[in-house]
Design a protein around this ligand. Sequence first.
Ligand SMILES: Nc1ncnc2c1ncn2[C@@H]1O[C@H](COP(=O)(O)OP(=O)(O)OP(=O)(O)O)[C@@H](O)[C@H]1O
Length: 230
Amino acid sequence: MGKTLADYDLLEFDIDDNDIHDDNREISEELSIVINDDDIACAQSLNIEQKYAYDQILDKVFSKVPGLFFIDGPGGSGKTFLYKTILAAVRSKGLIALDTASSGVAASILPGGRTAHSRFKIPLVMEEHNTCHVSKQSGLAKLMKDASLIVWDEAPMVKKEAIESLDKMLQDINECDLLFGGKVVVFGGDFRQVIPVVPKARAFQKLPSRPPFSPTFVSHSPASSSSIVT
Ligand SMILES: Nc1ncnc2c1ncn2[C@@H]1O[C@H](COP(=O)(O)OP(=O)(O)OP(=O)(O)O)[C@@H](O)[C@H]1O
């Protein structure tokens, strides 16, 4: 029979970084992300559609106006290139830009990237009305409050409840009932690359589980949100 954890002389602390009330740790980690000069320079080589998205998003960020965007484009159309350029522009002004993706692989190619589930403490098993595990007094909540931009790549890969839980959490910690607590949030991805997979579901049950069918997207105010196709 194999050994168990109790057989090893491990420390008995159960550390959850959401419990550490050190406001500065999460924020200083984000502010220490190295900004690549090449990513800043990429602003000069954006194509027309990328430049349009870049200008629209940065306008909202720098004027501190709420904004919700979806960057849609087929594989290889330059979505990641655009995110990197936007993130570098925001971070170069000393602002916090949280960079996430649905999969670890996509997160690992973005500077300072984390999976959305890890960054926002989204429950792995999502059910309706689930919320992110972020305490309002935590350092992580402070980081979310201070963030000027949130990017979530490969958003079509997750169930709509995951995105709704981020919306609820941001509204709660920002004490603001605007979508995503009034933050500038950029979702991106390619629905053409993602086949909705819902175990044992019939065809008509699959699509409604995807983000575009979430009331969060369907009921948005046109004045505060946009969709951009690259
Ligand atoms: N404006 C641009 N100028 C120069 N190179 C670009 C530009 N836009 C994209 N590229 C290059 O095109 C390639 C594909 O771009 P990118 O990886 O951003 O696509 P993507 O839409 O994220 O693809 P996927 O959905 O498969 O992840 C990359 O090598 C990227 O550097």
